[in-house]
Design a protein around this ligand. Sequence first.
Ligand code: F6R
Length: 361
Amino acid sequence: DLGGHDTYMHKEIAEQADAVDRVLAGRIDDRFATVHLGGLNLDAREARAVRRVKILGCGTSYHAGMIGAQMIEELARIPADAEPASEFRYRNPVVDPDTLYVAVSQSGETYDALAAVQELKRKGARVLGVINVVGSAIAREADGGVYVHAGPEVCVVSTKCFTNTVVAFGLLALHLGRIRDLSVKDGKRIIEGLRKLPGQIAEIMKLEPQIEKLAQEYAEARSMLFIGRVRGFPVALEASLKLKEVSYIHAEAYPASELKHGPLALIEPAMPTVAIVPDDDLLEKNRAALEEIKARSGRILAVAHQEQEKADRTIVVPKNEDELDPILMGIPLQLLAYHTALALGRDIDKPRNLAKSVTVE
Ligand code: F6R
């Protein structure tokens, strides 16, 4: 049931405020400034013993895992990183008993992620799942985990599941943080930020007419560059994936800090850049990158917390806590991908050559 929307992609983008309500529901514990994650199956002593976190997923779920890893490092101060499940599985990884492995998957059926989990379990590792589909293969195989409660996602291209997965990681990071060294004060700050998300997502949805106009401009591009730094980089990666999947426009993402090590050579008026520019301690660095692009006649669309002078266009999104900003900054770019694909007459819910659930290698 499309409920008045023309595609599932549009419906699912529009549902995100409600979906985030669901992933938060019943989990916040104000008294201890933490969250309860009933299915985690990891007690406080075990959580304290974790020395590293390794997150595994494919495609959009891998990108969500990158943001998750960063949140876990920032809030729980546990070294964490994400890797494509398929790559991990084939490089004969060192499986370490003090590492917590986390498999991320919307469907819970992606073959590469499932096989990585099975390999890890065979080697005696503890594996959690961050999964949308309840009772799916990876959920059954994992020792415990967090359901993301996004509801069914029909469009092949993932939008609301990405957002809910990142929020679920925010909850996991807060939980691990509060067992370790995150203060009550910071715990409360993050909880306040989490509670603001649904309202802020609703604010972002009001930008749709502006974004629809921008999409008319960008639909002519043959190729686009997406840049961001640290918290903004996985947002750039995910936004570039979304654009290429639905519009078939070539897009690639780079850390803004790497521009002068190569991709600046691509900059010319026909190669627009989308820049993720959060108002955090890297703001000046990001602005300097915009200047470099402008000086070479590049067109810039910024997603930022305030108008960016060097950008041709800015999509201004609401500010949350620095650690949670990545959850919001990609949402306008889901809309940009959608409207670009619409302008180009693409088959939005079923992009060519793609399947919703990749159950083969
Ligand atoms: C992108 C997309 C894919 C999936 C990937 C993993 O929009 O949908 O990249 O994210 O195939 O799927 P799950 O999360 O089901 O394991």
